[in-house]
Design a protein around this ligand. Sequence first.
Ligand code: SF4
Length: 237
Amino acid sequence: MESGLLTRYAEITEKNRREIVLLRGSGCKWRRCAFCDYHLDFSLDEQENFALNQEVLQLVTGKYGRLEVINSGSFVDLDAQTFQRIVDTCIQNQITEIHFECHWMHRGAVSDLRRTLAARGIHANIKIGVETFDAQFREQVLLKGIDETDPESIAAGFDEVCLLFGLDGQTQDSMRYDIETGLRCFNRVCINIMVENTARLKPSRPVIECFINTLYPLYKEDPRVDILLENTDFGVG
Ligand code: SF4
């Protein structure tokens, strides 16, 4: 993935309206998920990351009072200058709600982040990629790295969940269970449909068609559910 080609700023104008930025960090520290290649968008050069990130953050206007920050990893992978610039951007633009991503392995860092942001008048919403609540499939096939099987325990430190649909082995029932479990345990659910990339796992057309024909119509208007049929549907990536 060539980071210069990515679109790194967008507005989400439907449901939970917000601006979204795709920043660059030092890279996902897990990097093993069998469906993922976007962890390739990283650099170990903090100054270069900050230079890029501040350009992107300059585009933020605060028009919705809400900002989502993603960085192909977890918020802990962002350098300190970038983090400070995010906070400053929120304060300057009257943004009081922010969304960050975090892998399970960094859950211990979430409460500090919440406290730091709350002290500046910013409420943090933390999103975790769980992909499915079928723990065996998740850990043996997807290699997600969540050593907890109970959905409520997984959700305890998080606000929002990402699910991944469109893989061999998933069914209408399994996907419905994942959505309903996500809605029960989290404030919001973001469904990503698997797209072809350089990772080992490939999309399953029959499973994707099953989702689109049966579950998509049921949930597409749900204000708590985002559905990304292409992983660039938020306008970044
Ligand atoms: S899906 Fe997320 S946690 Fe998994 S390897 Fe990719 S960036 Fe890392």
